[in-house]
Every structure is written in structure tokens, then in C-alpha cells.
Design a binder for this molecule. Sequence first.
Ligand code: NAD
Length: 476
Amino acid sequence: MQRIEHIYINGEFVIPNGQEWFDLHNPSTEEVIGQVRLGDALDAQRAIAAAKAAFPAWALTSREERIEALRRMHRAVAAKEEELLEAILVEYGAPMARGRSMATYAADVIAQAINVLEAFEFEEQVGMARVILTPLGVTGLITPWNSNAGFICNKLATALAAGCTAVIKPSEMSALQTQVVVRALHEAGLPPGVFNIVNGRGNVVGEEIARHPDVAKISFTGSSAIGQHLVKTGADTMKRVTLELGGKSPTVVLDDADFQAVMPLVLQAGFLNSGQACIAGTRILVPRSRLAEFERIAKEGVSQIQSGDPRNADTDIGPMVSQKQWERVQRYIRIGQEEGARLLSGGEGRPEGLHAGWFVKPTIFTEANNRMRIAREEIFGPVLTIIPYEDDADAISIANDTDYGLSALVLGKSPERCMNLALQIDSGRVLINTLAHEPRAPFGGFKQSGLGREMGRWGMSAYLEPKTLVTYDPLK
Ligand code: NAD
């Protein structure tokens, strides 16, 4: 049983003022595997003060100095890959292959920030003005539990690359991962105060960061409800905000698609990260004329998908992160049936043979319509909804009839037709016949899926403020 007592402020591991201990669970067994001591508002204030004091010097560092610091961070985080993998498996329950990619992503994303910084244009001449992009100041970085280490590293590396300093409020449910990352970052030997990490509750530490006048910007990944709250709270001090929120992403299967060939992509997109992915393709739009054929192939496909022990190499879907999340998913499975959608596979309860752990059966509803709650609300578990459509125009209209707009997948034989459809879907990202991720491109959502973008030069710009300099030279 691990007890994580320290938070990280001004280059040191310190005991927080906060007194509360929070239980950490292994979602595969439901056992308590550790405890983390949570910081409070005073701890957040101390961290913000340290980041504020460190900002002027860090903002003046050269591109080369920042690249050197980020390289040290990259090496230190990469060296902890195995430890991070173990923390992800035990505390989050990601299946082995997914856990491995999450563990490597934490270092990869720092390397990507280095690439962005190497090529970034901080200055531009516009007519007689020199426009300089200047770092915003202290940033508050708030992460969720579904990829905590990766989000910490991405947000922090980008903030530091831009010349900002940071206070990180990680998910309180991911303290083992946070602990591995913070030890690595400490070893990287950055100047004290440049980054600070305060474990704590969202409504305590997160709230203090959101309201504090010395925080210039919030970068938040999490639910749309908290995202909206942060915009309101931040408005009092006119904080800049970047929000990466929820989704209800459509997978549009065109009537010329080879269903057998595309089914692995449909299921992977839907069950990504055990269904606990903001970009999961949870609304599957299928031509009504070929619905029965699609259902048959989907049923076959899902029967091959294993939900169970994340350490088993054959497992595709691990447990839900918490009992609360498990109950939420069960509730939605009941709601879908009450609404009149037909269960094609899965359903309530644990998968056969599993008596403990927050495991869910991979579940697919069919004959649903887009007005149902299972088609409109983010479930955040392995529950997919097939919605039949009449023609391409109907598919586009259903795809866009949502409060969200984070990601979409279009599957079909004709590249022109797929592209034509993709251009009409209101979404921050549309993938065509692939699930490939391009880290140099902007990532973020339309509508209630977010505000602003992360990744690439767009992500970096979000930590910078343009300053216009116009000079009068009396000698000219
Ligand atoms: P959440 O919104 O409850 O919590 C996210 C983080 O915000 C946590 O660290 C939490 O402690 C903190 N928080 C909670 N209340 C706060 C407050 N009042 N002020 C400041 N911070 C507060 O979300 P979650 O349950 O941890 O994560 C699941 C949600 O995140 C899903 O809705 C999912 O779609 C979304 N998500 C989005 C992306 C994306 O990139 N778009 C990625 C992952 C998760």
C-alpha cells in the first residue's frame, strides 16, 4: 500500500497544508491500493506564488535553453516508462497494449513540444510593426484520470516551451502516475518554481487556481460541465482558457463500404481506451438499406472483444476507473433499453466469469435514433449506439445534430465521397478510413467539445500573447 504524502512546490517535495487522505483503488479488484494526501487552497496559493516568482526569469530564457530543459525532461520521463506503465495498469486498469502506449506517450509528447519549439516563429514584421509573441505568465494545468500522465506532460511541455510557468492540478484519482511523473520532472533539474504540482480536489485546489488573479491561463481537460464552470470563474480575472472536453463522436459508415473490412476500425474507435475516451466513436451511423448485414458483422466482431484483466495480453477492454463510473455506465445501459433501443450485444452486469472489478460488457445498441439519451449524452464507457440513416445528407445531418464536435470517422470506398462528407461534418477532427493521429496538427473541439486547440503550433500559440511594437525613428 503506497502512501503519497508530498506535493511539489518551488523545486521541493513538501508536505501539504491539506489534511485529507484520499483512497486510491485498483479498478480491476476494487481494492484500496494506496492513499494520497490532498492539498488545499493554501497549498494552491503557495504553488501559484512559486510559479509567479519563477516566471520573469523563465520568460527571458532563450529558445536553446528551453529546448535543453525540455530534453532533460524528455530523457527523465522516458527513463521511467516501466514504472509509469505499472502505475497506469494498477491504478487505471488500461489494457496492456493501451497502457504501454500511454506510458510512451508521456515522453513522446515532450519530444513533440521540442519539435514545435524548434520551428516556432516568435516574431513577425507586419508593415511597420514588429509583432512579438510573449508568454502569458503563470498557467494552471488541470488534468483528468483517463490519461493523466500524458496530459500533464503535454500541457506542461507546451507551457514551458512558450516561456510560461505552471501549477498542475492532476486528477486526484491518478496519484500513482502523478508521483512517477513528478519524480522524473524533479530529476530533470528545472529551475525551482517553474513547475509545481498540487494533488487535490477539483472543487478545492482546482477552484483556487481558477479564481486566483495571478494565474493568467487555464488549460483544462475534463468534462464539459466543469469546463463551462471554469470559463465563468475565470472571466472575473479575464483568464485565457483552453478547454478539451467531452464528445459523442460519429462514425459514418457509407453504403459503399466493405463492412467486413471496416468493422475493426468501427470497434476500435468505439472501444478506445476501454470506452473512456473523449474521442471515442460512440454513434455509429449505418445505411438503413444495409443495417441487418452491418449488425451481423458487428455482432461477430464484438464477440471477439475481451473485457477483463488488463494484464492479460488478449484483453481489449479494461475496467471502468471507479465504482461511480461503473454505475454510470450501467445506468446508461438501462436507459438505452427503456428508450426502446435494441441490445445487439452486451448489457448490464459484469462480463461472464468476472465477479469483482469494475468491468463492463462491451455493449452495442441498434435501431436507435439520435434523440435518445444514449445517442446524445457522453457515457464514457464501452457502450456504442447504431443509428440508421437514409442517405448521405441524412447521415451528415445526424452527425452534426449534437452538442459536441471533437472527432469523427468516415468509412467508405470512394475517397472523393468520403472527403465531401468529411468537409460537411462540424468537428475539430475528421478521420477518413484510418484512426491515425497526427501530433503536429491542432487537436480540440467544436461546440461544447472545447475551446481553443492543443498540439502543434496552434497549441503553443495558446500560451502566448501578441505584442505589437511600432517604433518612430527621428533620424529616418
Ligand atoms: P472532470 O471534469 O470531473 O475532472 C477533470 C479534472 O478537473 C480533475 O482533475 C478534477 O479534479 C478537476 N475539477 C473538478 N471540479 C473542478 C472545479 N470546480 N474547478 C477546477 N477543477 C475541477 O472529468 P473527469 O471525470 O476526470 O474526466 C472525464 C471527462 O473528461 C469526460 O467527460 C471526458 O470526455 C473528458 N475528457 C476530455 C478529453 C479531451 O481531450 N477532450 C480528454 C480526456 C477526458
